[in-house]
Ligand binder design. Sequence first.
Ligand SMILES: [Zn+2]
Length: 453
Amino acid sequence: MAATRKGIQLESKTTPPPLESGRWDTVETISRDELFELQARRLRWQVERCSASATLYRRKLTEAGAEPGDIRSPDDLVRLPVVTKEELREDQAVSPPFGSFAVAPEADWREVHPSTGTTGRPVNTIWTAADVLTITDFTARTLVQAGVRPGDVLQNAFAYGLWVAGMSCHYAASKLGCLVVPTGAAVSSDKQIEFLLAAGSSALCATPSYALHIGEVLTARGISPDELSLRIGLFGGEPGAENPATRTAIESALGLSAHDYYGLAEVGPTFASECEAKEGLHFAEDHVLVEALDPISRAPVADGELGVLVFTHLTREGTPVLRYWSNDYARLSRKPCSCGRTHARAVGGIVGRHDDLIIFKGAKFYPSQVEKVIRSHADVSSEFVIEVARRNEEGVVGKCTVVAEHAGPADATIGEELRRALRAELGVGVDVRLEALGTLERTTFKAKRIVSS
Ligand SMILES: [Zn+2]
């Protein structure tokens, strides 16, 4: 069936590939040329409707000296300035409650989801009735991509409610033909384990920190992963699943194949996952156009180079973003993956968030690098925080201490080994403090890794 929406022909699959092929939609393997044409057609529709109704985007086009008709294909996007979260927030303050970029007719609005920012007011996003269907469809694709199949029992430990991923994964797993166990993130790890055992859950969605905690509790209770039925896990909400040490820790604790999962409230919810080849996060590029830009010049960087991910909604009706500056750093590849999919990948996952960059004694590093060291060290637990003093806007800190936990009995040599490994990874010497196991706070949502000392 094909649905017509106000000028855009949204081709939904007429002949879905058999799921044994490992794919949900034939669009996943179309040639880059065909994909480009599809993106161009959808982009023209989106730019046209945004410039007609959203003051925010009309102003941006005018400032850039461009007409909506100048943006004909993804190649023309460089003419359009990026939009930041702050600008979306300001637009919603000026045109409350959802901003001038809420361009769909009010009668079509179905769900509101705010971003979960730790600073400032959230940006509220709207999903229309058609958005809910589209999101459900491409999220089902991301689940299949990772190996989830009809008949799987999917335990959804992503937060439900306002957070976007809980809802999208629930809808998608249901559409795919799974039995959903909607535990959410508001229950204890013990409760999650009860359901993993009782329902025979074969797939799990959670943040990597939550998955590690569930694994820790399993070990403490003397339950072997062999007693669970888990086969596949999708871990998102924070980077980590593509960190080799974290992946190994999750896989061995839970006895499953761990896949990275990505989304963000303003764009997402869940539009990129690792396929079975695990060669990077595949984006649903027919719905969300992805670019990587230089953080200073904001010019596109070559594939393989580290850049800030910038997203453009091609099919979103409710609150579309055009060139949204995500603050997330990654390396893109548009080479076909060994799985046969042609859509762009973030190889190695999300390297870090611009907001999390730490500059200490001239060295720059991300919490993900500390995580890599901590989680490859057998004598410490998987938990850690980075205590920083006097952190300024640019991320420069005056003092930096990595706090970790002994996995077993305290041993003075462990701290020294860790200090050496951290210096090698970060390029700068940081202080290390080791606490007893269980001292650091465990989280079921997103772990806060940087704290002020
Ligand atoms: Zn692939």
